[in-house]
Design a protein around this ligand. Sequence first.
Ligand SMILES: Cc1cc2nc3c(=O)[nH]c(=O)nc-3n(C[C@H](O)[C@H](O)[C@H](O)COP(=O)(O)OP(=O)(O)OC[C@H]3O[C@@H](n4cnc5c(N)ncnc54)[C@H](O)[C@@H]3O)c2cc1C
Length: 352
Amino acid sequence: MVIDVLIIGQGICGTFLSWYLQKENKSYLVIDNNNSNASSRIAAGIINPVTGRRLVTVWMADEVIPNAWKAYNELGSELDITAIFQRNIIDFFPNPFMREGFLDKINTGDQYVHAYPEQNHFNQLMNYEFGCGEIRPVYTVNLEALLPAWRKHLVEKKLLLEENFELPALKVLPDHIEYNGITAQKIIFCDGVSSFENPYFRQLPFAPNKGEALVAEIPGLPDHNIYKKSLMMVPMLEKDMFWVGASYIWDFEDPGPTTEFREKTIQVLKEWLKIPFTVREHRSGLRPATLERRPFVGFHPSHPVIGILNGMGTKGYSLAPYFASQLVNHLCFGEKITPEADVNRFRKILMR
Ligand SMILES: Cc1cc2nc3c(=O)[nH]c(=O)nc-3n(C[C@H](O)[C@H](O)[C@H](O)COP(=O)(O)OP(=O)(O)OC[C@H]3O[C@@H](n4cnc5c(N)ncnc54)[C@H](O)[C@@H]3O)c2cc1C
């Protein structure tokens, strides 16, 4: 089989990369081992314009967020699904200081941080003695529908190999690669934390970050919003189901679920909610994060047949559509990759 691009991984990066290649009439094949704990499968899929306690606007928000809305809607209409919802965050202040900080931010005229006039609206459902505000626009990706729908499309078109990619079988030549009978002009790794072990890229400053979340059934909690206090409750596809999380851990022993997170989260929910809930699932995995919190996008300086789209950290659902498109435009038309994301900023390290 002779193709333009071999893609490793069908998380959110591999999904968008394959779609944009398809739009440019490039031939490709995706190899994915369907790891159920892959970051894209356990995430909430939130696209949030602000981050942290200080509600700082996220990197490239003004470009990346409108682009995400457009890209998910386009891919959704191709697949005949709703791929993205607008669900603003109702931010319940855990203490008077957070309330102050939020109000100060509103007073600066911030475009994403707003007052929530109906302060008593959630009184029947939850405890929040210090009031609430609203962050908008915020989106959630319907990842439970999107990832399987794109996978189905790939399977139907015979563009997916559901297996493990084995690096020792990869032969890298100056102008193409060979892998188990496949010849491709390029190979692009979208394999999340697996790239951390990849001899071509493991020198990059990756920094895996562990995240855990629960899935809880909360009958009676409306699904129009994301609710945030110390955790977020995010509506899922199935009625009454909410993703509740997440932890954010740099220093961990293994990627598996912990009793500590489960118990702490249940305690938070008991104190927050006035209505009953039942925990249905406990998820845990690693975010493909990087030390400087910027992605790795582009081709290897010594082996230009090998590419990477990775390092999306906590923001894969907003960054992946943007940088997948950039990478395809770079490949097809020689367009520039944003310097802070271009993997060639590590040229010296990668050429060692
Ligand atoms: C708890 C949690 C919550 C999160 N919430 C959000 C959120 O709300 N919003 C947001 O934007 N981001 C969130 N993230 C981060 C987000 O999930 C990631 O940034 C993003 O999913 C990374 O996508 P990816 O495609 O690079 O990698 P991955 O999702 O890891 O995908 C890699 C793919 O490659 C496959 N693969 C790996 N190795 C091989 C191999 N050797 N052979 C074959 N296939 C292979 C895997 O099966 C997988 O399908 C969250 C992460 C966690 C852990």
